[in-house]
Ligand binder design. Structure first.
Ligand SMILES: [Fe+2]
Ligand SMILES: [Fe+2]
Length: 401
């Protein structure tokens, strides 16, 4: 491994990280011939708990995505991991310990540069690192140069890099996301996808299907997206026919598989974050997780707090006793979306036009027998649902014999 002689440190909340951050980092790497630059997301100080500030984990992940193509940029969690209040001087000391031979370059924005003397132990900062900044606008340069002179008199080494001005800011990006406006030119495409997939900075008080499309496309393949769209269409038709809320059917249908292509670990994390405890059948059956995680994601991450929509997603694979009409519509729609093509789909479609319960009984006998054949555990909710609809439709196995 190449020895690190010149290391840059660039801290910030990175909420979210954007192209100007990465350009700044790259310019300093080039100009100062840095071997490495540490991008250090700051921990959120408790007194500054801004509701717009997303978790440290999200900010770290976005920094990693944005710097994936930049070999010399490394994302560091040293400030996030440190307990209590984080001071730059402590981070510098830590970097000095990690890289005792290296020269450290502390990179910061112009406003930070101007207020450096108010920080904890500024003289110690001067002794540990070369202080680097860029003017924010053309008027800045003069005041920065004046400050630089004062710092140098105190023994500091400084670098002011006059980069091409950028008018990007994290707060501007947050506003664009919140207003459902395009922000792709300001961030790396992977960061844009991450923001949609994790529903960051969005206006949770407004239902916007165009936004949901982007969220779905960021979380799943085209094939799954088409399936979701078809389920939504069928769920709306059934809701209209059987008297459920058509808008809720549209919503639950389009979002029902939102975590279907999410990794098992992430599904479990979503479930855990929503304080949902899996039962003895659910825990060892990963196929059941996506419905539970999906409902939790829609309610707790996307902020769509409607009990019927939650349950329609939560029970769309298993079913359960006493399902609402909406729940039944989504359950059946999942079997009969336009792209579905399996033996029995025509009968399922025909039954769904006749009676919700008959279609449910047909669908459940199909999935339960398939599970039994493969020696898989059967969710007690499915059995309860099956018994209920079979008794109701008076078509039990014994009777048909
Ligand atoms: Fe599903
Ligand atoms: Fe589905």
């Amino acid at each position: 491994m190449k020895q690190v002689r010149r290391i840059g440190m660039f801290g910030g909340s990175f909420n979210p990280v954007h192209n100007a951050h990465i350009n700044l980092a790259s310019s300093f790497i080039k100009k100062l011939k840095l071997d490495k630059l540490l991008l250090i997301p700051t921990a959120v100080p408790p007194h500054k708990s801004d509701s717009e500030m997303v978790s440290a984990e999200h900010r770290m992940n976005m920094c990693k995505l944005a710097s994936e193509d930049h070999k010399k940029i490394e994302v560091s969690d040293i400030e996030i991991k440190r307990e209590g209040k984080s001071y730059t001087v402590d981070t510098l000391r830590q970097i000095r310990e990690m890289y005792p031979e290296a020269e450290i370059y502390l990179i910061m924005g112009a406003d930070m540069f101007m207020t450096l003397l108010d920080w904890k132990e500024p003289e110690e900062i001067f002794s540990l690192a070369v202080i680097c900044t860029v003017p924010r606008n053309s008027d800045d340069l003069e005041s920065l140069t004046e400050k630089e002179k004062a710092y140098r008199e105190m023994g500091a080494e400084t670098v002011i890099l006059d980069l091409k001005k950028s008018n990007i800011s994290s707060s501007k990006i947050r506003k664009l996301v919140f207003d459902d406006e395009v922000f792709s030119k300001f961030v790396d495409p992977r960061v844009e996808q991450y923001i949609y997939a994790n529903y960051l900075f969005m206006d949770k008080s407004k239902i916007n299907y165009e936004r949901f499309d982007k969220v779905l496309k960021a979380r799943m393949s085209d094939k799954r997206y088409i399936h979701s769209f078809n389920v939504s269409t069928e769920a709306q038709k059934l809701a209209k026919k059987y008297g459920a809320d058509v808008e809720k059917a549209r919503l639950a249908g389009i979002l029902h598989d939102i975590t279907k292509e999410t990794s098992g670990n992430e599904q479990l994390k979503i479930i855990e974050n929503s304080n949902i405890i899996l039962n003895d059948v659910e825990r060892p059956s990963p196929k059941l997780w996506h419905a539970i995680a999906g409902a939790a994601f829609v309610r707790d991450v996307m902020g769509i707090d409607d009990e019927d929509v939650f349950n329609a997603i939560r029970y769309h694979t298993s079913g359960r006793a006493n399902m609402s009409i909406l729940e039944k519509c989504v359950f059946i729609a999942d079997f009969i979306g336009a792209e579905r093509d399996y033996d029995g789909v025509d009968e399922m479609r025909a039954l769904s036009g006749k009676s919700l319960e008959e279609a449910m009984a047909f669908g459940l006998s199909f999935s339960i027998s398939d599970l039994a054949k493969r020696h898989c555990a059967i969710d007690p909710n499915s059995l309860a649902c099956y018994n209920e609809v079979v008794i109701k439709t008076n078509k039990s196995y014994n009777k048909s014999k």
